[in-house]
Design a protein around this ligand. Sequence first.
Ligand code: PLP
Length: 391
Amino acid sequence: MSDQPKSLSKSLPKSLKPRTLVAQALGAIDPETRAVALPVHVSTTYIRDPDNQYRSGYVYGRPDNATVRQTEAVIATLEGAREAMLFGSGMAAATSVVLALPPGARVLAPQVCYWGFRDWLINEAPLFGYHVDLVDMSDLPAVRAAIKPDTKLVWIETPGNPLWNITDIAGMAEIAHAAGAALAVDSTVATPIFTRPLALGADIVMHSATKYLNGHSDAIAGALASARDDALWARIRQVRGHHGAILGPFEAWLLLRGLRTLDIRVRAATESAALLASRLQRHPGVAAVLYPGLPSHPGHTIAAKQMSGYGGMLSIRVKDGEQAAISTAARVEVWKRATSLGGVESLIEHRASIEGPSSPCPTDLLRLSVGLEDAGDLYDDLDRALRAANA
Ligand SMILES: Cc1ncc(COP(=O)(O)O)c(C=O)c1O
């Protein structure tokens, strides 16, 4: 990477709390105008100096862009990373990690995780010559047994969609590194506010920045953050450049704006999610509540160890089964019936319907993404829908 370009003025010390750092986007101001809201750099190309050099640090918009870099700097700081890279989607970020591996490499991934990436790993990664093994990541002896000599990447997602399974990041880093593999963590749901995977030994952190990092359901984006500027990271940068997978400048700017309220948004959503989880546990229409903050959740002990908050995502299993679950989702008025997560508006989704027949998701499960509405309004709406659907 070239020297820090002029437009990336950074003034706040990294030792400040995340809430302070994000609120001011690291304290960046526009060096030309002293504006506190940064401009969007849309240019696809840059002037070469008369002596044939490129001194601004920029050459062309496919490998690099100043708005993208500013947003990357915020994410890298939040994750305690050496560098971050932004992509056109979470899927572009995740697949770029695999595509950066040597030909024929093997990837170990969770049996249950974000279905789109799982589907790509199973059905498309082999077309590029990669081998993929799936394992229950909560079973450390099974993970050890599943690692093979050519395993180059262990991929985990914690909390994992849609059961919110918790994976022990430090334990997994130990296993991966002992086998000479890198550990990548999809930390979309935890956010850097609640988990810092690199500090726990992970090599790469991935986010669907479409979710909490942006937080307003108005931009598709993906992020990677790396502990080191090593050969794998250099390969990922090449993949992003060659495949044209970089995030567009407008989306990077929206993401930078969304990030300013990240800390306050995820804390508010978590407070409501915890309240809903404990009230829904006692609801007559609910067979089970899956939320890592509940002591009944199988991952609770590890979550308490590696997360400083349990996040805004939970799932419920509806007592009367699949039709009652679909009918509950049909009857809500405040919750929005839609896929995705991590936005300001609360979303409800019958996951098995979107994941299709190959999904390991129970058919009575409703996934809840808790937004910023009043928690009492959210509970009352769901309570009404559950009672009507289970009547
Ligand atoms: C945990 C997780 N990882 C990755 C993705 C993929 O991200 P994107 O939709 O931004 O490509 C998603 C999307 O739902 C997700 O929930």
